[in-house]
Design a protein around this ligand. Sequence first.
Ligand code: UDP
Ligand code: MG
Length: 318
Amino acid sequence: MKARYSVIVPMFNEEEVITHTYERLKQVMDGSGDTYELVFVNDGSRDRTAALMRKISSRDENVKLIDFSRNFGHQVAITAGMDYAEGQAVVVIDADLQDPPEVILQMIAKWKEGYDVVYAKRLKRHGETIFKKVTAKLFYRLLSSMTSVEIPTDTGDFRLIDRKVCDVLRGLKEKNRYVRGLVSWVGFRQTMVEYVREERFAGETKYPLKKMIRFALDGITSFSHKPLKIASYIGFFLSFSSFIYLFFVLFQKMFTSWTIPGWASIVGVNLLFNGIVLMLLGVIGEYIGRIYDESKDRPLYIVRETQGYAENESMDNR
Ligand code: UDP
Ligand code: MG
């Protein structure tokens, strides 16, 4: 029989937290009074995460395991979880207990009221660096100023979605996925619960700066064309100012005896404009690279092994 609730937990090198996270989740979900499954997605961990998962899954039939062949990234791990989840309501939660599992019960209550998406809004973030908080805040403000899709600020991927939303999301085949944006994009009846984001239970963040930047660029490029337009804005501004400057030059030439003061200004202007041109080429490159990714049509992820699914069931229809 299919479970009523699915809880997707993406994990990358989470050996320090997995056992504890499992116990907290089990406790909370046992209290939901209904059937549930925990879908653990191992995103190519290089530590003992997979082994620990396997152990938990063989002891508890509610725990299912999807083991990637390598690290495909957080957003892809969530997507795989959605592909495999069977529940009527699907919850995505981080493995590190920064999102308190108890909030899931509040989400379920909202779901029972008839909402299709319940996202969790962070009121406060404990135990994260100032740098992370500031960049996150800036990023969400920047993104919302650039896109017409209303993506709620200060929310992560911690949310509950209804089966029909999950099915729609599975149909969206884009490769550079920004899942929380896609969830907003699909619409349906959405609401939120508020919570305080806790400190990471153990271990350290699996989002180094490089992954953060990639994630931010995926978010922006997936939902906005504005950066592509920067080139035209700057171009317009520059031609306008050069036109004004031309008058000044003509005035000098005709009515004064002032001579050209040297090469410093030429070099300066040259460097500035070359910089701008290269930067704008880079912006275009970000988009073209993503178009290329889409056109290759490779699968989003590769599964090495699953556990917890009936023998013949594990591979079909997925
Ligand atoms: N994660 C993942 N693949 C990655 C990076 C992270 O599955 O390549 C998972 C990680 O195990 C955790 C969640 O994504 O469950 C959020 O990561 P983390 O807590 O490190 O991010 P932060 O809270 O610092 O933004
Ligand atoms: Mg975290």
